[in-house]
Each structure stands twice: as C-alpha cells, then as structure tokens.
Design a protein around this ligand. Structure first.
Ligand code: MN
Ligand code: MN
Length: 399
C-alpha cells in the first residue's frame, strides 16, 4: 500500500489513471480542494475525494474501518466491534474483532445471535456444548472457522506462543459483544444459598467467586488438548457435526488468472446454518466480477491489501468506496457491485451472508444465457462479442 502515498498526501495522478478515474472531462480547478483536509483520509478514500464520473446520487455509507471502533482492552486481550450502531446499513450482520494473548480467556458465555468465526492469526482453544449434552473442544489455527448456534455456551483461549486474533460474525446487525451472558456475571447475581443448593455444595464453596464479570482475563493453559478431551469424556460423546472447519485447507472452488475463491456454507460446514461465506483472493488487477446476491445482504471484511467497490443501487444511484485490510463493508441484498484489487499486492477478503447457502448472479453470465440479439438490443454491443462470453460464472476476472 506504501506506493499509494506521497510525503504530502497528494494522490498520484498515475494511480488515478490506473483506477480508471477520468479527471480529463472536468477542469483540474473544479476538482481542487484548497481548504482544510485530512491528507491521510484523502488518500485512503481517493474514490470519495475524486469519484469516478459514473458515480451519482445517494447511496448510504457502506464502509467502516475496525481501526475507528472503540477498543475494549483488558488484561489478557481486547475486543472491538462494528455493528449497526457505527454502520447503520448493516442490519443483518455485526462483526467483532478480538485478540487474546497466550493464556488470555474470553470467558464462558452465550448469546442470542449465532456466532461464525475465522482465525486471523495464531492459535486458540475453543470449547462448547450442545443442548443434548454433547461436548466440543478443539485447537484452531489461522484460516480455521468455528460456528456456535444461537444460545450454545462456549469459550475461547489464546494458546502459545503468542495467543491469537480472530473475527467473529454474528447473524444480527444489532448484536453487541457487551451484552452477552457471562458465567461470572450470572453467579455474582444469584443468592449464594441458591448456588449452594443448585450444586449440592456448602455456601462456603462460593466465597471466592468474582463480584463482577470477567469478560476477557488472563488465565493459564494447564492441559494439552488430549488431556482436556479426556477430562470431559461422557457416554454421549462429542457433537455430531463439528463446530470447527479448516477453510484454508479447502481446495479453491474458483481458480482463475485473476485469483481464487473458497466457498463455505451448510453444504460443506453443516453446523453453519445461518452464515454462508466466501474467502476471495484477487491478484493485482483482479476483479470480482459485476454481480449481486439474490438471497442475502453481504457483510465484507478485508484481510489483506486494498481495493475499491462500486455499489449500484438502482434509479441511477452509484457510489464507489475504497477498502483496506481491517475495513468492514456492507452491500444490501440485490444491490449490484464488483470488487477490484487497486494495489500491486494480493487482495484477500471475506464475503459473509446471513443464509444457509451461498448464491450470486453474474452480469456476464446473465448476458451469456440470454439470446445475443436481445442483449445487443439493450446494450448496442456487437452480438458476436456477446456470443463469446463464457456460459458459466467466471466469478474472478481475468479468466
Ligand atoms: Mn460468543
Ligand atoms: Mn458480492
């Protein structure tokens, strides 16, 4: 990304040309900005500073960087969230970014939303149970996913050597990580005599329970995964569908010159009934082709590199915004869009949907599967060229 910046924060003209931004049609004086400006923001948001001439009208903001979210830092790690509160358009999904240092524990808890996650860095041990009393414990690495259905209790702990960082995706835009049900909070708000009766212990057994919630705290990893599995063994065994899945180990569903995509939904990760996702890698110059999703809004998270997205919202409204690693994007159901790698390094991002299945409709595929003369009547494109469009979704260009 360094190449996009100059010392004075001005946008490189060659970079604008590369991104197809026409500055020719309007005099440079008209686009100048002699007043106050935030030079870093101007460069990061160059598509807002100088929009493509095809942008028009009002499209609600669809970008919010995690870097702008409040970070709740505690002993053992931190969390931050991008929800409907910061990004009002994101009504169906909210995201949480969390870091746990080695030994750091996100305490035993549950919540009303279902939780889908991807490990972004390091190693973690996760635990959960289902309502049938079957258990789950596993150690996860970068690129692994987990899914905990609504209400299922769980915990996460950072492992050595340097803990972990991960992204949580909740199937509710109004979700808040600060409003979950915590084991410490519940015990602190239950009469000690009831606690004693509930477990068949003496009241004295509860004299050291925390007075306030722990949320994230520093613990120790005392046992191996094998020992942990042994200590919770019951005749009911473990959950029938694993709560975890290794996405980076999956073969790409799409592989072209422009990049690759891995799709994960309830067809290959059966427990994940409310979140579908695609992990997309675009090589420099690569384009996630013009398309839309008929079944759900899209919640985007950028993992590496930078790119731009134009959303077409009908009635002549279109808006282009720029994204960099760590940013969240949101595109309502059926609104048309593309994602383009605008940098000279790989662009890696995650598309997530509140749905049991992944689905998209491509503009090129639609045109290829409609009689060429009919398409030509709409577009004035030579029917011979239209006939050459491959009759399958390419997904990532160039093919
Ligand atoms: Mn949770
Ligand atoms: Mn999309």
């Amino acid at each position: 990304m360094g190449k996009k910046f100059k010392q004075n924060g001005e946008i490189k003209n060659s970079n604008l040309k590369k991104q197809g931004k026409s500055v020719m049609s309007i005099s440079p004086e008209s686009a100048s900005d002699p007043g106050p400006k935030n030079p870093l923001e101007s460069v990061l948001s160059s598509s807002s500073e100088l929009p493509p001439s095809t942008d028009r009208g009002q499209v609600d903001n669809f970008c919010f960087p995690f870097a702008r979210a409040h970070k709740r830092i505690q002993e053992g790690g931190w969390s931050r969230q991008v929800t409907q509160r910061d990004l009002p358009i994101s009504t169906t999904i909210a995201g949480v970014n969390m870091r746990l240092i080695a030994g750091g524990i996100r305490e035993m808890h549950w919540h009303t939303a279902s939780e889908w996650a991807i490990m972004l860095y390091g190693h973690a041990r996760v635990t959960a149970i289902d309502p049938q009393g079957r258990s789950f414990v596993n150690d996860l690495k970068e690129g692994d996913l987990w899914f905990f259905p609504s209400g299922y209790p769980h915990s996460i702990q950072g492992l050595g050597p340097d803990g972990c960082e991960f992204l949580l995706v909740f199937d509710d835009g109004d979700f808040s990580e600060d409003e979950t049900f915590l084991i410490s909070d519940w015990m602190a708000h239950t009469p000690r005599e009831v606690l004693a009766k509930n477990f068949g212990f003496s009241v004295d057994a509860f004299k050291n329970i925390p007075e306030n919630e722990l949320y994230i705290f520093l613990g120790k990893v005392t046992q191996s995964l094998k020992e942990d599995l042994k200590s919770i063994k019951t005749p009911l065994g473990s959950v029938p569908h694993s709560f975890s899945y290794s996405l980076y180990d999956q073969k790409p569903n799409i592989l072209t010159k422009g990049g690759e995509a891995r799709i994960v939904d309830s067809s290959n990760f059966p427990i994940s009934t409310t979140i579908a996702a695609a992990l997309v890698k675009l090589n420099p110059g690569g384009l996630r082709e013009m398309h839309w999703h008929p079944n759900a809004d899209e919640w985007l998270y950028f993992i590496k590199g930078s790119g731009r997205v134009t959303v077409f919202a009908s009635q002549g409204n279109a808006r282009t915004m720029d994204f960099t690693a760590g940013d969240v994007g949101y595109i309502p159901k059926s609104m048309a869009h593309y994602i383009e790698n605008t940098d000279d390094t790989e662009l890696l991002f995650l598309e997530t949907f509140k749905s049991s299945f992944y689905a998209s409709i491509s503009l090129a595929n639609w045109m290829a599967l409609t009689p060429p003369e009919l398409v030509a009547a709409h577009t004035n494109i030579n029917p011979k060229l239209i006939g050459k469009i491959p009759k399958k979704q390419i997904v990532i260009m160039p093919e």
